[in-house]
Design a protein. Structure first.
Length: 408
């Protein structure tokens, strides 16, 4: 009986594959504009006060720390009998509306800061609700991996359109009219999100109870209780690992301005042209990552790939443009595989029908974002971006220390 219900539950999620891809396509596109191109606009053209920008980022990224709270809300409260569906729909529409306002008010840093906070409120709820839905409707690791693959595909495609629009529309990087055209065209990416949201599907309450009872049966046979010392130790070590595994974001905001300054406008435009094809590399990397998960334990993959990525970061600081670009794409490919393995790794912390443990661990990724992106923005006023890249490499490799002691 449980098996047949689970297979029926899987059929519900199959309807959502297109929805997952489009949600993360738009989600990823918005943050490419915010983190990559707005940084050039602010640093190289508008020359805004970086201390004020860092403060705005600090306040906006603080919302990410509320992920466990958002997860607890969606776990506890249903809307019209659905646990996740309407949270996804409402937060998706709100995200689109706020991004529209933000794109029209980017030149006022205070208004931009307020809207950025609202962007993070809506996007965090959207991300939490969507991933909770995936966890709810993925009774096996194989189904989780399949759904994660579609989400990574969406993220990869989301990085294609901003790069393509920038290459197509920005002829003069110092022309404000070109930037305004780019921002207006970026609004077109919201259309597929607004179209797909009403079609999100979710198992009904009766089916969820069947799955919930099955999970309780499984968890009752699990010797590693959530109150046992081994569970608490592993949980703590995973939180520390995730925090440092994403600490390399310390150089993400000044990174594109660094490329523009270091190699010049012509090379930067060429680099941006190559980024148009990044989605192919990312999708391929996601497929390779999914294959490796079936053949090798995620922990082993992480111990191999994280040090290699750290070495690649070091090379960023000394390589000429052609080799820099080559190593950048290699690093991005390895990073995609690593992130996929981290996601599968921490998704094991699910008890019954609640996704709170996953989001508690994942929140340490966002704690890292909350601390290191504003810090990197602020430090970029005083130290070279090359130094921030080296710091990011060391912080990333420090994540291997807690991973050594995780027995899973």
């Amino acid at each position: 009986m449980f098996k047949s219900k689970r297979l029926e539950s899987k059929s519900y999620l199959n309807v959502n594959f297109a929805s997952l891809t489009i949600i993360y396509l738009v989600y990823s596109s918005i943050f490419v504009f915010l983190n990559n191109y707005f940084s050039i606009l602010f640093f190289n053209i508008l020359d805004i006060n970086r201390f004020v920008l860092a403060l705005m980022q600090f306040l906006a990224y603080s919302i990410l720390l509320l992920r466990p709270t958002f997860a607890a809300i969606t776990d506890k409260y249903r809307i019209k009998g659905y646990q996740r569906k309407y949270y996804i729909i409402f937060s998706g529409y709100f995200l689109a509306l706020i991004y529209l306002f933000l794109g029209l008010n980017y030149n006022n840093i205070l208004i931009f800061g307020v809207l950025l906070i609202l962007i993070y409120i809506s996007s965090t709820m959207l991300d939490v609700s969507t991933k909770s839905l995936v966890i709810d409707t993925s009774p096996t690791n194989e189904i989780k991996k399949k759904n994660l693959f579609f989400m990574f595909v969406g993220e990869a495609l989301g990085k294609f359109f901003p790069f393509f629009l920038f290459f197509l529309l920005i002829n003069d990087i110092y022309s404000m009219s070109s930037w305004e055209t780019l921002i207006l065209c970026s609004f077109l990416l919201l259309i597929p999100l607004l179209t797909i949201l009403p079609f999100i599907t979710e198992n009904n309450q009766e089916k969820l109870k069947v799955v919930e009872n099955f999970d309780k049966f499984n968890s009752s046979n699990n010797k590693d209780s959530e109150f046992s010392p081994s569970f608490k130790t592993t949980f703590t070590l995973l939180c520390i690992f995730v925090f440092f595994a994403f600490s390399d974001v310390i150089f993400i905001y000044p990174f594109f301005p660094f490329i523009l300054t270091k190699f010049g406008l012509e090379c930067f435009n060429l680099f941006n042209f190559f980024l148009i094809f990044y989605f192919l590399i990312s999708i391929t990397s996601s497929a390779i990552g999914s294959f490796l998960i079936k053949r090798t334990k995620p922990k082993k993959i992480l111990f191999i790939f994280i040090p290699v990525i750290g070495i690649i970061y070091m090379f960023y600081t000394i390589l000429p443009f052609i080799f820099f670009t080559t190593f950048y794409f290699i690093g991005c490919s390895l990073g995609t595989i690593t992130n996929l393995n981290i996601s599968v790794y921490i998704m094991k912390f699910k008890k019954e029908n609640k996704s709170t443990y996953f989001h508690l661990i994942a929140s340490f990724r966002h704690l890292s974002t909350f601390i290191f992106i504003p810090l990197g923005t602020l430090l970029s006023s005083f130290i070279a971006t090359e130094s921030l890249i080296i710091i990011g490499a060391f912080l990333l490799n420090f994540s291997l220390l807690p991973l050594i002691f995780i027995k899973m």
